[in-house]
Design a protein around this ligand. Sequence first.
Ligand SMILES: [Mn+2]
Length: 359
Amino acid sequence: MELMSTGEFARASGLSRKALRLYDELGLLPPATVDPANGYRFYDKAQLEQARLVAWLRHLGMPLASIRRVSTLPSAQAARELDQYWTRIETETAARRKLATFLIGYLSGRNDAVNEPSLIVRYATRSDIGLQREDNEDAAYAGARLLAVADGMGGHAAGEKASTAVIEALRPLDTDVPEGELLNALDHAVRRAKATLRDMAESDPALSGMGTTLTALLWSGSQLGLVHIGDCRAYLVRGGEVFQMTHDHTMVQSLLDDGKITGDEVASHPQRMLLLKALSTDGAGKDEPDLQLLQAMPGDRYLLCSDGLHVTVPADAIKRILLTEKDPDQAATDLIKLAMDAGGPDNITCIVADVTSPQ
Ligand SMILES: [Mn+2]
């Protein structure tokens, strides 16, 4: 063993005395011996190689526990471990980059999708006041990654303000949300929307008691997030079948679920309009939406609509159009027309979206 004083070892290794003391404290590079009389530390000249490696690994940002192990391994084995470590770091960094890009866009309200989507969504939106209402309290948004429909409630145009505010709160999600973050992103946007409604009602008492339903779909790659509260609906057309993706949060739906009424009694039930859940300023907005993570497939068609469509138009007629009309624009137009032909008692909004693979 060729002992060197701390000063000599520091000069030879290019590391400061302070760094050496730190490495000793961290257990990364203990001195070869410590003089019991005066506490002076001595290093073995053979430790110079390890000292340099420890310094490099710290520059790399490797965790201390890993440095302790890797710096004492034979070179070839250390190289393999480093390779694995670095592959993991690059994977994690890529995932964090995606999250950061999304957060920067979302929080700044810029919705500029940059990546090539793995699925293309072709959509058409129609909204009509109907034939019997004085305002259109429905609101909708359709973009490359996000589809959303909201049906507001509350007198003196408050419903319109509520549905519009909630759609606006969701709009920044129409960007590249990382795949693992779809439901978190929807959850955050809904909480933000609730806070906005609360602020609006606090600053204008005329708006207290306003509320809105919300049903929205958000894509990331082939993953699909669904958020739903109230009685707007989402339908999926796949393989020649039409599936209802959402469950109405209404009194009649819960009576139906409990077997207390039959499907035929729904249309004439006196509490047909009563919602059990909504985003509202009442009850401190404690109603929580349903969140679901699903898989989208090329060839899927989605319909989002307000109750002005599905309450007014029989399910079979909606299905027939979804299954036979190829063009989303025409399908949306035809659906609105069905509701108008049936008297248009409510505002009617629908979004028809076809999912395809990129060419
Ligand atoms: Mn409605």
